[in-house]
Every structure is written in C-alpha cells, then in structure tokens.
Design a protein around this ligand. Sequence first.
Ligand SMILES: [Zn+2]
Length: 220
Amino acid sequence: MSWLQRDKKGLKNQPRLARKEIPDGLWMKCPSCGEILFRQELEKSLWVCSHCQNHFRVGAEVYLGFMLDEGSFRETHVGLTSLDPLEFKVGGEAYADKLKEAQARSGLDDAVVTGVGSVGGHAVTVAVMDFRFMGGSMGSVVGEKIARAIGDSLASGRPLIIVSQSGGARMQESILSLMQMAKTSALLGRLREKRIPFISILTHPTTGGVTASFAMLGDL
Ligand SMILES: [Zn+2]
C-alpha cells in the first residue's frame, strides 16, 4: 500500500466543515466532537467548542471583531478583483467562473480584507485573509491589497497586523501569484527600515507561498 493512502479511520473520516464555514442557524454541530452547540454560546467563547476545545474556522469579519475596538474598523482598498489575465481553465472549469462563485458565496471581492482600526486605543493597519475565498489563496489581488496595507503603514507609521489563513499562492494566476511573494516581502523590508512594527498572526492553515513570504516576516 502506498504511504500516500490513508488507512487510519480517524484521518480518513475526519469531519469537515461544510463549504459555507459558519452557516446561519441557532444550533451548530462541532465538526470535531459532534456536539450540538448553541450558536450564541459559541460566539461568546470566540468560536471554541466548550466540549473539545476545537477552534472553529472563522471568516475575516469575525477576526476583525475579535481584534479591533468596537466600531473602529474602516475598510480600505475595496473593489479590487482579479482580471484572470491567463484565462486559466482546468478540468473544464474556468478561473473566471470560480472567482464569481467564490465572490457570491463569501460576499468578498477576494481572499483578504484590509482596513484601519484600533486595538486598545492604538491605531493600526490590518489585513485579514479569509479561507472561504478559494482557500485563502494569494493571487494578484491578495498580494496587491497586502502591499497597499503595508504602504498605508509606511505612510502613517501605524503598526501593521496581518492575519494569515491561506493554502498558499493561487495556481490559477501562476507567476503573477508568485511575484506577490517578492513584492510583499520587499515592502516589509521598508517597514522594518522605518522601525514600524508588524505583527503576523498565523491561523489554520497558513501554508505555501504565504508562509514563504509575509507570514513569516513578522516582528512578532
Ligand atoms: Zn467539539
């Protein structure tokens, strides 16, 4: 048997969250222990299961709610969407269609939300990735928005917080995705020169090209 095949039941049958990660409804089933949980209680416990301590995967808006002072968030760089320059298609499925579907399902333009807000009264620039949008993958829009958020911190002197949640670079944009790694890393170098703090928060999962660029370059 190939070592790539999984024969352990626990791995194979690991429960997964539905496509829409946090469905609406009063009650929710914990994907780890199967316990039925009251949604309001889950929100109070910051989406951690009270029975098994499983951390639910949450979207960008929930992270922003955790981190920032109430009502302080203002979104920036809205309306950037990918142009699909390669007219990428795989298995009969066009990237352009996948993008539209992801936008409709998540309500996001792409896999990152950027903005400004405050933490304990301190003004910060934030960028929060969202796994719901094509696995949080980084294409040209994600890279550009991260770059612009770094630029905002450079211009204002505000510390930068990036919450990473990503499968890595977006294959549908090929080299355009990969060049975002260099772009964001170079800009973070300028942030460092100016001695502006960058806090990188890694959430499950943070892998691939995102790990190999900005996610690992945090001061903290
Ligand atoms: Zn649980």
